[in-house]
Design a protein around this ligand. Structure first.
Ligand SMILES: [Zn+2]
Length: 264
């Protein structure tokens, strides 16, 4: 039994309503009216599996983020062919944009041997609502060439990995629960996108259903505290992996930062 979690930092960005990701340097503030978001795909060694959770913008970023993602994976000693599973917490492009990437104007699967886990209902919804030609192409390519596993068909594809549709951020956003031996993790996409969300009650304009997001946040945090699992926050700039080690009615949860790379 083994579990190792690596946060692959693909940079920090200023992001506004236009959804354009503008790179920020260390210590830079976001532009006026925008928020600062990091992108941290997670690489997880779990028993005999090698799992990537969320992928960054890939070819939907100015210079293509895919080479950087692959370099970060290579730094841990793995190639794209070693990845057995890719999970999409939801299908916004900053999370699911590098399942395939463009090479000489053709789409190629980024992780050719991986099963891609996502919500089938979310994919159907995104395809139906799509008017952008490049995104349409991308989704059709994935449908035709990717090994897609829709979590609605089987929410527990193998022992130690389980999905739940929690909604909130998007209608069919997922919570991802991993476990190996006595250790575990929770990744809930943008419902728990940054660590500062833990002790705040709020309704976010960027959510599909802000009330549901808050309800799920509270529920998942209670569960994570009770089960003592690591929480993975994709957009956190600084400490994307942490645990809840205490609770106080007034102060809320005590948060303990884990090293970026956690071996359990
Ligand atoms: Zn996001």
């Amino acid at each position: 039994m083994s579990l190792k979690i690596f946060a692959l930092n693909l940079g920090v960005y200023s992001v506004g309503k236009d959804q354009d990701f503008k790179p920020l340097g260390p210590g830079d503030k976001p532009l006026k009216g925008e928020v600062k978001l990091a992108l941290n795909p997670f690489l997880i060694e779990q028993n005999n599996r090698l799992i990537v959770i969320d992928t960054g913008l890939g070819s939907f970023y100015r210079d293509d983020m895919t080479p950087d993602l692959l370099a970060k994976i290579a730094a841990h000693g793995y190639s794209e062919r070693d990845i057995t599973d890719v999970v999409c917490s939801h299908l916004h492009l900053d999370h699911a944009g590098a399942l395939a990437h463009q090479e000489n104007d053709y789409w190629e699967l980024t992780f050719p041997d991986a099963v891609i886990h996502m919500s089938g209902r979310e994919l159907a919804k995104v395809k139906k609502a799509q008017h952008d030609h490049q995104i349409e192409d991308y989704l059709s390519f994935l449908d035709a060439r990717g090994t897609l596993h829709f979590i609605e068909d089987n929410p527990e594809p193998f022992e130690g990995l389980r999905f739940e549709i929690i909604g909130g951020h998007t209608e069919f956003s997922l919570a991802i629960f991993g476990r190996s031996g006595g250790a575990g993790y929770l990744m809930a996409g943008d419902v728990l996108g940054v660590r500062a969300h833990v002790n705040r009650k709020f309704a976010a304009k960027y959510d599909f259903d802000p009330g549901k997001s808050q309800e799920m946040r509270e529920h998942l945090l209670k569960q994570a505290y009770r089960n003592d699992v690591y929480i993975l926050s994709y957009h956190d700039d600084g400490s994307p992996v942490y645990r809840l080690t205490g609770w106080d009615e007034k102060k809320g949860y005590t948060i303990e930062t884990a090293e970026h790379d956690v071996a359990i």
